[in-house]
Design a protein around this ligand. Structure first.
Ligand SMILES: Nc1ncnc2c1ncn2[C@@H]1O[C@H](COP(=O)(O)OP(=O)(O)OP(=O)(O)O)[C@@H](O)[C@H]1O
Length: 249
């Protein structure tokens, strides 16, 4: 079933309108080609599609890590194409959390210092009470003094999750956040993302190749050749897998 993908002003935390991206040095290749999609507050969306279909590019443009060649991105109420540095970085640091496949933790710092790092970089006064609570909420309450290298992959991704959530972001972007984890650890991370969406109305947008991971989302958005190729609401792993197996229209 293809549902409406149009951004809804006011309810969408992230809205892309007609976004096209041509990467430098890739003249003639549209990594994204006129993409219009919105992500509602308190929703969990999985982004799927074949390799090279533009998933990471979509995530980077939506998060203000990269600027579109054409089109408009509104992130947390701000038209980010109209922002200049350092305002753009400030919006990203204060409103957005990131979780990557490779954790991207600073090994010389403790769990606690990793969790607080983005806010310190942003020059924000950390909400220490909340920042203390987040490691407990992700099941790391007793490991705050540990170094990332002393933790399992699943635990490291929980640190990355705590770091992403410590600043109370409006939206968390995940680029294959369970891609490097075993099944059980991946499930734990997905359950936490789901809980933050349900309990705190955090918005999550997650790129994944895994139908079972996508089934934790409220909606799956499919990309093909840089264009939207439909979506699936209330996905199950079986329906997602069946959809991926269909020939691209
Ligand atoms: N920084 C970059 N510079 C040049 N070309 C890029 C860059 N990033 C992506 N591309 C190109 O843009 C297109 C889309 O890439 P993108 O990484 O967004 O796809 P993807 O769906 O995330 O792929 P994958 O599943 O393999 O990670 C590809 O043709 C890719 O080669």
């Amino acid at each position: 079933m293809v549902t409406v993908l149009e951004p809804r002003v006011g309810t969408d935390v992230v809205a892309l309108t007609g976004v096209t991206k041509v990467h430098p040095g890739q003249v003639g290749v549209r990594a994204l080609d006129g993409v219009t999609v919105g992500f509602a507050r308190g929703s969990f969306t999985a982004v799927m599609g074949p390799s090279g279909s533009g998933k990471s590019t979509l995530l980077h443009c939506a998060a203000g890590l990269d600027l579109p060649t054409a089109g408009r991105v509104v992130l947390a109420g701000r038209d980010i194409g109209a922002l200049r540095e350092p305002r753009l970085t400030a919006v990203r640091r204060r409103r957005v959390g990131f979780v990557f496949q490779s954790f991207n933790l600073v090994d010389a710092l403790s769990v606690w210092d990793n969790v607080l790092l983005p806010q310190r970089l942003a020059g924000a006064r950390p909400d220490v009470a909340w920042a203390r609570e987040v490691p407990a909420r992700v099941g790391l309450g007793d490991r705050a003094g540990a170094r990332p290298g002393e933790l399992s992959g699943g635990q490291q991704q929980r640190v990355a999750l705590a770091r992403a959530l410590a600043g109370r972001p409006e939206v968390v972007f995940g680029d294959e956040p369970t891609g490097a984890l075993d099944l059980a650890a991946g499930r734990g991370v997905l359950a936490l993302l789901r809980r933050f969406v349900d309990d705190s109305a955090t918005t999550v947008v997650m790129v994944t190749h895994d139908p079972a991971a996508a089934a934790w989302a409220d909606r799956v958005v499919f990309l093909a050749d840089g264009r939207l190729a439909g979506d699936l609401v209330a996905p199950t792993a079986a329906r997602v897998a069946a959809r991926l197996a269909e020939p691209t229209r």
